[in-house]
Design a binder for this molecule. Structure first.
Ligand code: PDD
Length: 278
């Protein structure tokens, strides 16, 4: 695989980073994952806008312009002949001798690589997934897409170990979001509910694209927190992300939704979304 590191395209086993990179030592870095379907990036403008916002919240300068970053993404897709998968971008504050306090004027470290992934034909797309529920273990700035992902790593491992596909987090009795996705439920009168954006969740790009589609297709959507009881009593549920697109959720904890199969409203939204990306 050809990756981007140190300002150039190199073979992955030739990529070099400093041992003292703050992304490595402190998790002092942000990232983005853009889906690639049929060789084309999905919602990439939203991802680059969010990258810029995450960096600005942490006072890390943009390493390159959006146009330059997009050119690198496109070159990686081409060099690796990527048809379906993801492009990953990461920007860390830079490298210097280890100290919590960082110096001004550090040069950010920018790396990018592609991954081959089966997105359209995944088990989740076809059959839906089960999620367990876990207290949200994360810090209070979940709106910044940082690489501090240990809470999610531990939660997903725990979910797998107990027979679930993924995890939804909750806080004060209400669902915040999925461990790496935005969470939605469908009420019995066919309204879509998802938590509104705030510092408590990541503002999902797929979520934003889906909200637009809901309004274009006159689907009623409410942005508000919903409780665990509402989720488990919902007609249907689904999650969205760059990698899961619109994925049905057919079991939440020990409660099956819609008889354990993806529901009609979810299938309709999945179809609307796939129309825009195919
Ligand atoms: N994760 N919430 C969290 C906590 C996430 O990590 C993600 C994405 C989302 C969905 O955001 P988007 O629709 O912009 O992908 C919501 C990516 C896919 C990841 O970490 O691999």
């Amino acid at each position: 695989r050809i990756v981007y590191c140190g300002g150039e395209f190199v073979a992955e086993n030739e990529a070099k980073l400093s041992l003292f990179d703050r992304g490595f030592l402190f998790g002092d870095a942000v990232y983005e994952v853009t889906a690639v379907i049929g060789g084309k990036m999905v919602d990439n403008d939203l991802h680059l806008a969010r990258l810029e916002r995450s960096l600005s919240e942490l006072s890390i300068p943009m390493p390159l312009s959006r146009e330059e970053i997009e050119a690198i993404q496109l070159a990686l897709i081409e060099k690796n002949a990527l048809v379906e998968g993801t492009v990953y971008l990461q920007v860390s504050r830079g490298a210097e001798d280890r100290d919590f306090l960082y110096s001004d004027g550090l040069e950010p470290t920018f790396i990018a690589f592609t991954q081959v992934k089966n997105l359209l034909g995944s088990k989740g797309q076809k059959q839906g997934l089960s999620v367990n529920l876990a207290e949200d273990p994360r810090w209070e700035r979940r709106d910044i897409k940082t690489v501090m992902l240990l809470g999610q790593v531990m939660a997903k491992r725990q979910a797998k170990a107990t027979g679930f596909d993924d995890t939804w987090f909750f806080e004060d009795g209400a669902i915040t979001e999925g461990a790496s996705s935005s969470a939605f439920i469908v009420t019995h009168d066919r309204r879509i509910i998802t938590r509104g954006n705030s510092k408590a969740i990541l503002p999902g790009c797929t979520r934003a694209a889906l909200l637009k589609l809901c309004s274009a297709h006159d689907v009623v959507l409410e942005e508000r927190p919903f409780t665990i009881a509402e989720a488990q009593g919902a007609a249907e549920a689904f999650q969205t992300s760059a990698t899961s697109l619109v994925t049905p959720i057919v079991r939440i904890g020990d409660v099956s939704l819609n008889g354990g199969v993806p529901g009609p409203v979810t299938r309709q939204l999945q179809a609307y979304y796939l129309e825009t990306v195919n």
